[in-house]
Design a protein around this ligand. Sequence first.
Ligand code: DAH
Length: 339
Amino acid sequence: METKIKSVKESYSAHLDSVTDLKSLEEFRIKYLGRNGLISEMFEEFKALPGSEKPKYGKELNVLKNTVQAAFDVVKERIEKASKAAKDSLFDPTLPPVAVNTGTKHLINQTLDEIKSIFKRIGFSIHSGPEIESDYYNFSALNFPDDHPARDMQDTFFINKNYLLRTHTTPVQIRIMETTQPPIRAIMPGKVFRNEAINARSYCLFHQVDGIVVDTNVTFSELKATLVFFAKEFYGSNIKYRFRTSFFPFTEPSAEMDITCFLCKGKGCRICKQSGWLEILGCGMVDPNVFSSVGYDNEKYTGYAFGMGIERIALLKYDIDDIRILFDNDVRFLKQFNG
Ligand code: DAH
């Protein structure tokens, strides 16, 4: 014990003098002060000493330990300061910045924003509703007969007998009318879900924008004027358009709006399947049964409604041939549509 104490006393300070960096400092700590270091080793041996020797060596060991620790602390502080100063001196404020990869606004959101801003300019307010809907809002209140094929399991993701993932944004029309009296002038963008096979043309999730206007004396000609205004703002003022009769349970009469294909300008091509026309939305006059289901006087009020699929519009507009790429969130794809 005596010789060991002496050897540590004689060696530590020379060793500490040779410490110049964090690495050699750590080596010193492990050798002298570590859990298996020389001082701990001596404390272990101390336990086996005869009782008569313990007071003497106990005191000496404690003094030695504190002295080495104090000397170590002084050097540690000096070296840490020096290493921080060295790091700071490497800081060069004149270096050019590293580009941050910020991502980009999704093409679907850009399209939605554009549609919203057009309708806002002509007095439409913007509303949303739940993506999990009841059968009542998604179908019954919209005048779907009980045996309508759209209720079939093939199209709808049912959660249970009464709840489902909404298959269109049209149920939000019911929610607005239930809580608001006419006049109503609103659009309802949102996600919708269909239990369809996933392929280049269809996906289980997509976006729609529905719209509804209700007041006294609302006419089909106002419906046409509004949708023509929208189509010209969105697709360009030189497009041609047409309305074809169609069927939706919640509108009567119902129509679909086509515009001239923007790729071939109506001549016929792959995109428009050689017809020269592209269908862009469904619309019609609100069926009086729908007014009854929200408690509106269907003698007093008339209204029109419309609905469009956003992915379809974006795919057509940018000539993208696979809908699935819109759901990959690959920034390399999305960045191409910046701004
Ligand atoms: N909900 C219809 C669909 O998903 C689209 C639609 C057509 C909405 C006519 C409407 C409308 O509001 O009036 O296919």
